[in-house]
Design a protein around this ligand. Sequence first.
Ligand SMILES: *[C@@H]1O[C@H](CO)[C@@H](O)[C@H](O)[C@H]1NC(C)=O
Ligand SMILES: *[C@@H]1O[C@H](CO)[C@@H](O)[C@H](O)[C@H]1NC(C)=O
Ligand SMILES: *[C@@H]1O[C@H](CO)[C@@H](O)[C@H](O)[C@H]1NC(C)=O
Ligand SMILES: *[C@@H]1O[C@H](CO)[C@@H](O)[C@H](O)[C@H]1NC(C)=O
Ligand SMILES: *[C@@H]1O[C@H](CO)[C@@H](O)[C@H](O)[C@H]1NC(C)=O
Length: 417
Amino acid sequence: MSEFRHDVIFCFLGLLVWLTSLVEGKFQVQCYLPSWALNNDPVDSFKVTDLDPYGPCDVILYAFFKVADNKLASHDGKYRGHFAQLSILKSKNPDLRVMLSVGGWNNSREMTTMAGSAVNRSTFIASVVPNLRRFNMDGLDIDWEFPKAVEAHNYIALLKELREAFESEARRPTQDRLLLTAAVGNTVQTGYLAKEMNRWLDVVNVMTYDYHMYGSWDLMTGHNAALTDTVQSVLAWETAGIANTSLSLGIPFYARSYTVAPPTNVTGTIDFLDVGTSQPASGPGQPGVLTHENGTLSYAEVCSSIKNGWTSGRDKSARAPYARSADQWVSYDDAQSVTDKVVWAQEHGLQGVFIWHLGVDDVHGYCGRKFPLLNAVDQALIKPNVIPNVPPIKSASAILCSCAIFILFLTILQSYL
Ligand SMILES: *[C@@H]1O[C@H](CO)[C@@H](O)[C@H](O)[C@H]1NC(C)=O
Ligand SMILES: *[C@@H]1O[C@H](CO)[C@@H](O)[C@H](O)[C@H]1NC(C)=O
Ligand SMILES: *[C@@H]1O[C@H](CO)[C@@H](O)[C@H](O)[C@H]1NC(C)=O
Ligand SMILES: *[C@@H]1O[C@H](CO)[C@@H](O)[C@H](O)[C@H]1NC(C)=O
Ligand SMILES: *[C@@H]1O[C@H](CO)[C@@H](O)[C@H](O)[C@H]1NC(C)=O
């Protein structure tokens, strides 16, 4: 009898945990996985199988598909292999969700024509739903960079019609409703009708990065994603009408680099030790050995450079790190700044954080442990208060438990009547 009571207590606790998770919602970590980061390069290979299905990513967002002839389309055939491997991760951890991200910086122009009319949108939506199911995906992420003011209503119509299509499809009881998320800019531009977006989107991913990078408007060094700028953007989206429980804060794992211009009034040696932000730059930073891009480095490249003698510093007021060597200067995120962002997001009751992107963490462990930034995210998560000696109970068993308790309750009630 005491064992039976023990079981009932366990069931009851499981039910409580389950109900709490329904009410509170778990803080979510979303991880973007761009197809181009997956490769067999001998020095920089990165595969889906390098990912831990039980790691901190609750959601993996595969990026990007494009729009062609108003339909969802891929760039090449490699996605099939990637999707098969992602399905294997999902079969290992049934709580892991995988979503498909459409758009991105290079594929947003077709969004305008696709969203331009009801017919074009319905062509798109008719291609989305069956394909997501076929690919074993849990939802769609719209990464339209960026809807213009004249497109604001088309953007909302697209979100509304997608959401309605997902809801009517979900009435078939076998599967959960497909999720709908969107990546948005770090300022609330006129193309965004935030209150309407809040109505149709499950999550709004605020791309809180690229505040500064070398370019026509930035001829001075600046932080790519200081905590101060990040907080300001998230609060602006909240003020505009997105609930904090629907907002996800973006954390860049890449860095922005500059070539600093030597001060013109100095002759002889230049001391770069004090070079921080707002220093005149003459161009983007030199390409990294792995990513080969002017002005952009991966965290793996930054941490390797620091290991090899670059000097790193921290801007205490902006709460952001930077590093430099001779005329090269880089703004990046490290374990500390990542931690600060995850802590702030949790304190502020956000839906979660997302990272852009998995492939530019130190995936090979060049600087120590593999995936140092992803691990920093994990370490910063407030773990749910686990009741000692109670094994983690999954929602399915909690449902069974609640049914069992209900039947037990009816039986007891009947014996009294
Ligand atoms: C986007 O296009 C630019 C050129 O316009 C190219 O350099 C870059 O690699 C592209 N990015 C991706 C992710 O395809
Ligand atoms: C709808 O799609 C067609 C085919 O891509 C395109 O020619 C047309 O301009 C689109 N309609 C609108 C209103 O954008
Ligand atoms: C250059 O000159 C300005 C004005 O005199 C001075 O404030 C600044 O410190 C000088 N820069 C360097 C690097 O010496
Ligand atoms: C970087 O910029 C230099 C100078 O403008 C250019 O010659 C080079 O091709 C660029 N490299 C890459 C990888 O874009
Ligand atoms: C989240 O937003 C709600 C509604 O505006 C507010 O009541 C709550 O205090 C916010 N949570 C946090 C932790 O700021």
